[in-house]
Design a protein around this ligand. Sequence first.
Ligand code: UT7
Length: 353
Amino acid sequence: MSAPPFTPPDRAAVLCGLAGWLPPRVVTNEELSQRLDTSDAWIRTRTGISGRHFAEPGQATSDLAVEAGRRALRSAGAEDVDAVVVATTTPDRSCPATAPLVASRLGLTGVAAFDVSAVCTGFVYGLASAASLITAGVAERVLLIGADTYSTIVDPHDRANAIIFGDGAGAVVLRAGRSDEPGAVGHFDLGSDGTGEELIMVAAGGSRQRSASNPIDPQDRYFTMRGKEVYRHAVTRMTASAHATLTLADRKVDDIDRIVPHQANLRILRSVAEDLGLPPERLVTNVESVGNTGAASIPLALADAAAQHTIQAGERVLLTAFGGGLTWGSCLLTWPALSRIDRPHDTGGTQES
Ligand code: UT7
């Protein structure tokens, strides 16, 4: 007789808590137009964005992550977890990771804590990592936070990027459960193509630049993106990844009630929904008021939609993301009944869902 499996075959990671947090400072298109050669009309037409939030000077990614993490734990009714995963492109420092600091500040000293770096796909990669800790039997409960402060790496004089990105954090709590429960995450599709490394990058700060003998160009400290090419990749990769996930799950596009893509640019999101053949009302967006918040964008969009009852318990939800690397990924889940959702824009109290 063979030994029983280490974990039951239907063990799954189940989403049981969700929250988002945005720094209070709102930067409107009008404010950007005063210091950049741009206009509210150009930004709205090309991106759909009307405002974004910026962290205050001195505020780092962990500060935002702690706020979102605390609220997600409250939403889950959880006081502790076995692991904290932080997905970010803007860690507090290049060494050490941000997650251990976030865990300690949440009173979770001693738990496993690590960062995931997959740029704007970070949340989906983090979700797969956090869920794997649970399905492997390593953890019973995991806090996953997507947090970014792009305002710290975008050149404020770069009009193409300064208009797109914003700061924020979103978090989920996963617990061990069964694969047939609402909230069970998976199937997943994850992918990458490193030949596109230079399409989205920060040239300086890593070992490539530090090992070079030539002096640093101060401009290399900033985030750069080849917008037009990235735009095309974002549409095709998110669409293909969504299809791949549906195939893995033996589902059809018609089975999807809500699609929550990485909030890159409203035109990109509409193209993905259109290419998939999904009616526009099934597309969940909040890029209009928060911009592109990197690894925070999917949990922020989820928290916004859940707090406003745009996503309802029992609906089948498809998450899909694309980012630097290049990286992409998607995940399917049935939305669970969550008891408390914090609204990302509300930096004060909580709201019953
Ligand atoms: O999270 C990763 C995913 N990344 C993204 O989602 C970004 C994807 N890319 C985009 O969203 C778009 O490419 C941008 C919004 C960045 C740019 O829009 P676009 O329609 O691709 O514009 P473009 O780069 O082709 O530029 C068109 C024109 C250029 O002027 P010329 O060369 O035609 O004279 C730009 O210099 O628009 C100009 N331009 C601007 N004008 C006013 C670029 N940025 C601005 C601006 N305001 N902010």
